[in-house]
Unconditional design. Structure first.
Length: 343
């Protein structure tokens, strides 16, 4: 089965700069984050090709100049010039990757309506191929049109501050099934999503520690077609439970989170997005750590070797060794794709 991966590496308004630059080019342990992420995908058995969308000229140069990536290429890598928004990057790149698509892309036909795509962000320094593979397998087994990845609180504890050393502070969704965090992995059949353009708004207002974004997203949840009071109530319960959790009011947070379950969220989001939506949980954790601030970047650099080793060992314990070698020779190339309406 063909399974393209689309790595979103754009520098538009939905992306936050780190140290005044697009975070996908941030150097961690001698490699740009985007090159590291593409390298991990080389070792995910289910992924057949990688499409990277963003500043095409800079992306192509960054990927070509990474010797570790060049040595590990076992799948084709296509660089796509970015469009205006995150939604356009995701949807128009999908239209461009369909077989025989012209530069402007084309709509899917026939069996292509069910074509699945793995979407992920480019700033995942601690991702492992086993974690991504486990997510893909579970999302495909769930027989859904949109599988949203989550990681457990327990899997993220190794990234906490320890013994006076800095760590990355995390916020969780508090639900009846546990405390979880989004993993930056999405298994989507784009043509099966009726309200796929909602994703842009949700992504832009994803920072729930910031009051403006929380209120803006709440309003959208209420007013979207397919949204309404039921979904808004779930959102508010999870948000208040999250505030209580971060304030160390665990008993209050536990009482609230019992009111919202994965099953309820699945049904509500299926209605909102007009698709078959499922939450997909994995237990390794590295894909739940992205880089959104200078502080996160500094800590990731300081503790990279320790955390990377821990994630590699944990992934192997849970899922066995990565099934593809880290280095298999440069058998394919990095190619820039022509588009008709990119910028």
């Amino acid at each position: 089965m063909r399974l393209p991966a689309i790595v979103t590496a754009g520098d538009g308004k939905a992306s936050r700069a780190v140290y005044g630059d697009a975070k996908v080019y941030l150097d961690v342990a001698g490699r740009a984050l985007v090159a590291r992420t593409v390298g991990v995908l080389m070792r995910v058995p289910e992924v057949t090709e990688v499409w990277v969308v963003g500043n095409a000229e800079r992306l192509e140069r960054t990927l070509r100049e990474d010797p570790e990536l060049r040595a590990s290429l076992v799948k084709p890598v296509f660089v796509v010039p970015q469009y205006g928004t995150l939604y356009e990057n995701a949807w128009l790149t999908f239209r461009r990757l369909l077989p025989g698509a012209p530069p402007e892309g084309r709509d899917p036909v026939g069996a292509e309506i069910d074509q699945a795509v793995l979407y992920l962000s480019a700033d995942l320094p601690f991702a492992t191929p086993q974690e991504i593979s486990a997510f893909v397998q579970r999302a495909l087994a769930a027989d859904c049109d949109y599988g949203l990845g989550l990681v457990t609180e327990e899997s993220l504890m190794p990234f906490y501050p320890t013994h006076g050393r800095p760590g990355i502070e995390l916020a969780y969704f508090n639900v009846a099934d546990g405390r979880v965090r989004q993993s930056n992995l999405h298994l989507v059949r784009p043509a099966r999503m009726g309200h796929r353009w909602y994703i842009e708004d949700m992504y832009e207002h994803r920072y729930q520690k910031e009051l403006f974004h929380a209120l803006a997203l709440a309003w959208r949840v209420l007013t979207y077609k397919g949204g309404g009071l039921r979904l808004l109530s779930y959102f508010l319960i999870m948000h208040v439970a999250g505030l209580a959790d971060r304030a160390r009011l665990r008993s209050f947070a536990d009482a609230l989170r019992r009111l919202v379950s994965f099953a309820r969220i699945d049904r509500a989001c299926s209605q909102l997005l007009d698709t078959r939506f499922r939450l997909i949980v994995t237990e390794v954790g590295g894909c739940g750590i992205d880089i959104d601030s200078e502080r996160d970047a500094d800590i990731a650099r300081e503790r990279f070797e320790e955390w990377s080793k821990q994630q590699t060992q944990h992934a192997a314990q849970l899922h066995g060794p990565a099934l593809l070698p880290a280095s298999a020779g440069a058998s394919t190339a990095i190619e820039r794709v022509a588009t008709a309406s990119s910028r």
